[in-house]
Every structure is written in C-alpha cells, then in structure tokens.
Design a protein around this ligand. Structure first.
Ligand code: FSO
Ligand code: SF4
Length: 428
C-alpha cells in the first residue's frame, strides 16, 4: 500500500505497511482500485456530457465512491469489493448512456471499410476517444481542402453515418495510442489529441499538435469550445501529405443492430457445429512484449471460431484477414473501449438465443488492460458474474495476494499464459 492523504501519515511521507489510522493494506488497495474504476467511469461520463447526456444515479455513485475513500470513513474490505462491483454496474450504465448519446447524435454504426495511409493534400490526424471533437473538426474543415484522418481509438468513428458522410474524412493513419510519437513525427500533419492516451510530444511536432477537451500537454496549444480554427490555420503552413499505397483496409463499425441481424444465421451455424466458440478479445494495447500474446492467440484460433473485439487492443490483430463462416465475419470490431457496453448486450442476446446462462455459453473473454477505464470494464464484467476470463498483459499492480485469491476463487480470473496452451485449455 501507499497512502499519504492525511497528516497522520507515517514519517510524514506515507503509510506503506499499514495505516497509522489502522487501514489494512488490502483496504488501501481496494480504495485505490475503486478510485481507478471511478476515473474510468468519469472518462465515459465526460464524453456523454460533451453531447448533453447525464445520469444523476451515476453522479450520486461517483460522489459516494469518492467519499468512501476519505480518511477514517470506511475500513471494511468485504464493503470495498461491493463498491467495486457497484462501480462495475454504474460503468455499464455510463457506457450505455454514451452509446445512446453517440447513436442519437451520429446514427448507429454500420460496418465500414477504412483505408490506412495518407492521400495527397494537407491533413489533420485526430487521436483519442472524443467523437464529438472529431465531428466538430469534420464540420469545420469541410470545403477547406484539408483531409481528416483518425488514429488509434477514433478508428470506429468511421462507422457512424453522420461522420462518414464527409468526403474529406479519408481514412486512418497509424495504429494504437503508443505509436503516436512515431506516427506524428513521420507525417507533416496537424495532430489533435481529444482525450486520454495523449503522449508528451517530441520537439519535432510539438508546434503542430493541439489538444481539446480534457487533454492537455505541456507547451501545446489547447483548443477551447471545439473551435478548431488554429488547426486549420496551422495546417496551411505545413507541407502536404503524399499519396501512399493504402493497401491495408480495416473493417470497423459493427453496431448492435448489425450483429443482431446475424442472430438467426449464428444460431444455425452453432447448431450445425460450424461455429464452435466465440471469443471476446479486447481491451487496451500495450507496448509491453507480453502483448504479442494477443496477435498469436487470434492467429492460432481454429477456423470455426468467431472473435469479437473492441478498443485499441484490436491493433494486435485487426490487420489479419480471418475470413467468414458462411457470411458471418470471423472478426467483428464493435468499436471503442466504451463499446464494451455493446459487447455486453451482444453476450446477453447470445445467452437468450441459446437459452443458456452467460457462463454456459461457448464464449471466453480474453482481456488486455492498460489503464483505469479497463479497470472499470473489468468490474462491469465481474458485476455480471462472468467467470473464466483471461487477463493480461500483466496482473494489475493494485492486486495483492488477498485480492487475487478473491478474483480467482469467485471468478476464476486467469492470467494469460501461452497462446497455444490457453486455446487448448479453453476449447478442450
Ligand atoms: Fe486504448 Fe487508451 Fe480505449 Fe484505453 S487508447 S488504452 S483503456 O485509453 O481506452 O482502448
Ligand atoms: Fe496513513 Fe490512514 Fe492517513 Fe492514509 S489515511 S495517510 S493510511 S493514516
């Protein structure tokens, strides 16, 4: 544990073994965990509020959750697990609120092919998660001759009808969040960071990257009120991007309606033994070498399996052509990390379709986590009682032996191992 939030703190620097107040290390870690989940929920709630959507029940929970971590309020470990599960429930509500906001504002996504690489002309590359910021950018750049590209978690924006209608919304550049420095250095474009996963820029592009919304970077110009005039001015002073081959095409934008329209076919294929198992392989990508697991895992899956994916972890395998099973794509990209809400609705629909409890379905979650939004999503899945999930690339640092025991005993949460062995174990 590490806690230095009050004046009683050990040696004036921090309680690390046990709190001077009596707080046990597991309680301290569970408090940290609750704060992480709350940060994750706040990110989704922020983007919903950007579009004018709020939920008083979620607001009240955030207040109570924060308050319960204040000094000398709550020392009960069993209670903090309950609060974490409640955070999971609130996170589902929040992700659904954000999805509603996105759909009502920009239409429901449908599968869309997105070309990767630049085309001749000035360009702006938008990264992060804010669909609202991207939509405003597209509106303001229309007719200016400037092309707009997505990076990382904005790829799924191409699936929204109200965004892909813009002719100058030309494609995707780069991959997951951590290739930002390489990508923004390489292309003489203006870059826009719209949310978290904004990296402190290299000097060579510091004067042509901007932030908006909650994102801020030292020495970088921040855009207020979605007024992207400074970006449009800046891009005029830069060299044009060049035509690239654009052979890589990524398909994104599988909304709930699209997947549900395949339900009858999926049932038929499962009953005929042509689909053996579903996998949800999703979460955040990470520069850690262990993250190679996810590429290998998907590559090695047998042909009679279907992979649902979401968030930036998909960049580990979304370039692979997995083909389809009699018209049902073997790789279904549901969108951003917050589209885990859509994933949950699909899993609930499968459970209804086959008349089975979620844990009895031929379905396994293989998760990758990076930061606090993933912690919120993990607690959402635990709140739903989903068992036998795999998690990587590492076990979260806030998990000590006590917490791991609870997660293993109650949920059989398993760290990722060797892809081939894990597949064998899952498929039997
Ligand atoms: Fe990735 Fe970043 Fe979206 Fe995360 S871009 S790592 S958990 O913010 O949320 O998937
Ligand atoms: Fe230490 Fe407790 Fe104060 Fe935290 S709240 S600094 S554990 S005495």
């Amino acid at each position: 544990m590490f806690c230095y939030q009050c004046s009683q703190t050990a040696r004036g620097t921090g309680c690390t073994v046990k709190g001077v107040c009596g707080k046990e290390p597991t309680v301290a870690r569970l408090q940290d965990n609750l704060l992480f989940a709350i940060k994750g929920i706040s990110a989704y709630l922020y983007h919903a509020r950007e579009l004018g959507y709020t939920d008083p029940e979620v607001d009240a929970f955030l207040e109570r959750g924060f308050y319960s971590t204040l000094t000398n309020v709550n020392f009960d470990a069993g209670e903090f697990v309950k609060l974490a599960l409640e955070a999971g429930e609130m996170n589902i509500k929040t992700m659904n609120l954000l999805k509603k906001a996105h759909i009502e504002t920009y239409g429901e996504p449908t599968p869309t092919e997105v070309k990767v690489g630049s085309v001749k002309g000035p360009g702006i590359i938008a990264t992060g998660h804010s669909i609202k910021a991207l939509a405003e950018l597209l509106k303001q750049t229309e007719g200016t001759g400037v092309n707009v590209y997505t990076h990382s978690e904005l790829l799924p924006a191409h699936g929204y009808p109200e965004l892909r209608k813009y002719k100058h919304f030309v494609g995707q550049i780069g991959g997951p969040w951590f290739d930002q420095k390489k990508t923004f250095s390489k292309y003489p474009a203006v870059a826009l960071a719209t949310s978290n996963c904004a990296l402190i820029p290299n000097e060579d592009y510091k004067d042509r990257i901007f932030t908006s919304g909650v994102a801020q970077l030292p020495g970088v110009q921040h855009v207020e009120d979605y007024d992207f005039t400074p970006l449009i001015e800046k891009v005029k002073s830069l060299p044009e991007l060049e035509d690239e081959p654009r052979d890589t095409v990524l398909t994104t934008g599988f909304g709930l309606s699209t997947v549900l329209s395949l339900a009858g076919k999926i049932k038929e294929l499962v009953e005929a033994g042509k689909i053996r198992h579903f996998f949800v392989v999703g979460g955040c990508d990470s520069p850690k070498p262990q993250a190679k697991y996810y590429t290998e895992f998907v590559e090695k899956l047998p042909q009679d399996t279907v992979v649902l994916t979401l968030a930036c972890g998909k960049y580990r395998f979304n370039h692979l052509d997995l083909g389809n099973i009699e018209g049902v794509p073997r790789l279904i990209d549901l969108g951003q990390c917050n589209d885990a809400g859509v994933g949950i609705e699909i899993v609930a629909a499968l459970s209804e379709l086959f008349g089975m409890e979620i844990n009895d379905l031929p379905l396994t979650f293989v998760l990758s986590w990076m930061e606090q939004k993933a912690a919120a999503i993990l607690w959402s899945l635990l709140y739903l009682g989903i068992k036998d999930m795999y998690i990587g690339p590492i076990i979260p640092g806030w998990v000590n032996e006590d917490i791991l025991n609870v997660l293993v005993e109650n949920y059989n949460l398993t760290p990722i191992g060797n892809p081939e062995e894990d597949i064998k174990k899952i498929l039997g």
